[in-house]
Write a protein that binds this ligand. Structure first.
Ligand SMILES: [Zn+2]
Length: 381
């Protein structure tokens, strides 16, 4: 079936400026043409009566948002993590699915899962891909691999391993379960009471073995990482992406740029005091989070100015209320407040994210040939 979207403006998210008075011709599930409506007129005339026409009433169209750092079974320290520990498999599945559906309804059509409990992300992906249930596209890491007692050991969604062979085998277990990407935690973080964000946890040999196992299977590998020292080592060991990057320095940023390593900054996690209070996070966690805020933002700015590859990730549930809006929109706003041009921030939430997940041949921008994975928003009045 061919469809025509008319009376809209399009943000292609591939570096080109917005197209006003636009139309998009869609053949089955792919974009056939996108341009000014007047330019497409001959094509539209030719298609004639077969065309299913949708008048978008002046809305703005862009690719579906892609959130690169999500835990569908997220349970931060406090009441939600206590409840999650007692949860049955069924309750966990329903909760995670509800979170996925809320994200989809907020315009987030693709979620990169970076550590979930009991493979719930992988099971949901299978059900969604099989058409059993509606949902966003999921790109899953399964459980995050950490050292014994490392970041997230007391949360759900991690698996402990030690030594290069331990790491290699833990990575292989995620691959066996169907992981699309591998996630490590190589330093401490905000949500760990008895660790510092800067603490090194995984050794060089552990990271190298994990990277080797992931790359041998053709998967990319990313790491939760705070300190410049651990990030530099991790990049040398083969990491393709860094999550958070709280405390970067210039040599480390240079290494990221030279190696084409992505940064998923998750700026929200160090500046969401009201959000953390609302969900009942303990005071130590709120203090630790806010203390990291300034360095975190400076690190992000250093990376963007040096030309590092940046992809948007919330590390919250994308549709969670936050600062009078939703977490995913607020994260994009933080990226702009940190100095990124709005069109670049939108690209970080679409095309750059698609590149990070190596799905940019079919997703991430509004161009002919790609999937018509699109969202439409009313113009601001
Ligand atoms: Zn996270």
């Amino acid at each position: 079936m061919r469809r025509l979207l008319t009376n809209c403006s399009v943000v292609p998210c591939d570096g080109r400026p917005a197209i006003e008075d636009a139309a998009i011709l869609i053949d089955d599930e792919r974009i056939e043409a996108v341009d000014r409506q007047s330019t497409l007129a001959p094509l539209i005339r030719e298609a004639g009566a077969d065309l299913n026409v949708h008048d978008l009433g002046g809305r703005w169209v862009m690719p579906g948002l892609m959130d690169m750092h999500v835990h569908l079974s997220l349970a931060l320290p406090g009441p939600s993590s206590l409840a999650a520990k007692l949860e049955t498999d069924m309750a966990l599945t329903i909760r995670a699915y509800r979170n996925a559906l809320d994200a989809l309804n907020a315009g987030v059509t693709f979620l990169r899962m970076v550590g979930d409990a009991r493979n719930v992300d992988l099971e949901l992906k299978r059900a969604i891909n099989a058409g059993q249930i509606a949902g966003p596209r999921l790109f899953c890491a399964g459980q995050a691999v950490i050292v014994t007692g490392g970041h997230g050991f007391d949360s759900i969604g991690t698996v402990e391993a030690d030594g290069p062979e331990g790491f290699r085998s833990a990575v292989r277990a995620q691959l066996r379960a169907g992981a699309d990407v591998i996630k490590l935690c190589i330093t401490g973080g905000i949500a760990g009471e008895f660790e510092q964000i800067r603490d090194s946890q995984a050794t060089y040999a552990e990271m190298e073995a994990a990277c080797d196992a992931a790359h041998n299977a053709g998967r990319r590998i990313t790491a939760h990482a705070g300190s410049a020292r651990a990030i530099s080592e991790g990049i040398k060991a083969g990491l393709d992406c860094i999550e958070h990057g709280y405390f970067l320095d210039e040599p480390t940023v240079e290494r990221m740029v030279a190696g084409g390593v992505y940064l998923v900054p998750t700026l929200s996690v160090s500046r969401a005091e009201d959000y953390m209070r609302r969900i009942g996070c303990p005071q130590w966690m709120i203090d630790k989070s806010l203390r990291a805020g300034e360095d975190h933002m400076r690190s992000y700015q250093m990376a963007t100015q040096a030309g590092a590859k940046i992809a948007m990730g919330t590390d919250m549930l994308p549709a969670d209320p936050y600062d009078g809006t939703l977490a995913v929109y607020r994260e994009i706003e933080w990226m702009v407040e940190g100095g990124m041009r709005p069109t670049d921030a939108l690209q970080a939430a679409t095309l750059s994210a698609a590149e990070l997940c190596e799905v940019d041949d079919r997703l991430g921008s509004v161009v002919p040939g790609k999937l018509a994975d699109l969202i439409a928003m009313p113009a601001r009045s």
